[in-house]
Structures are given as C-alpha cells and as structure tokens.
Design a protein. Structure first.
Length: 88
C-alpha cells in the first residue's frame, strides 16, 4: 500500500496592493510565520520567512481565490499536511 500523496502549494512574491491588510490569524513554524489576511475584500495567506540577517522574505498564496478555498488552504497549513515550497 502506498502513502497518500501530499498536495503542494505554490507561493508567489507578496506585492502590497496599497490596500489595508487585516491579519485574522497567525501561526509560526520555526523561523516561518503564516498569516491569514484580508486585503481589500480578498482573502490570502502570507508566508514570512525571517532570516538571521537581512530583510524577511514575504510570499503569498490565495489572492483571487474564493474565501472557502483560502480557508481550506489555511486548514492544511494548520494541520501541517501540505508540502510547502518556494517558487522556482
């Protein structure tokens, strides 16, 4: 019997759109924080990787997806059942 295949999330560089961002929930895994946010009525998840030196790397996923889909992705992150990868 084979193990179930984990899904992969593709993260994109975060681009501030000039709208107010409201952080709804935050979870941290080591030096990486995930924030469930609402910006200009759109739901998204930000991934912030804090390096020992230099500026943090901020990525996003979910912009333009439905609220239900973004909340589903958030649940995957909370359950840690997703392989998270950076864009190539």
């Amino acid at each position: 019997m084979t193990a179930p295949r984990k899904s992969s999330l593709e993260w994109f560089p975060y681009i501030a759109r000039g709208t107010r961002s409201r952080t709804k929930e935050v979870v941290a895994h080591g030096n990486v924080e995930y924030e469930q946010c609402v910006e200009g009525g759109l739901f998204l998840i930000r991934r912030i990787e804090r390096a020992r030196s230099g500026s943090p790397t901020v990525l996003e996923i979910g912009r333009g997806m439905t609220r239900t889909r973004v909340l589903g992705l958030w649940q995957q992150i909370l359950r840690n059942t997703t392989e998270l990868r950076l864009p190539q």
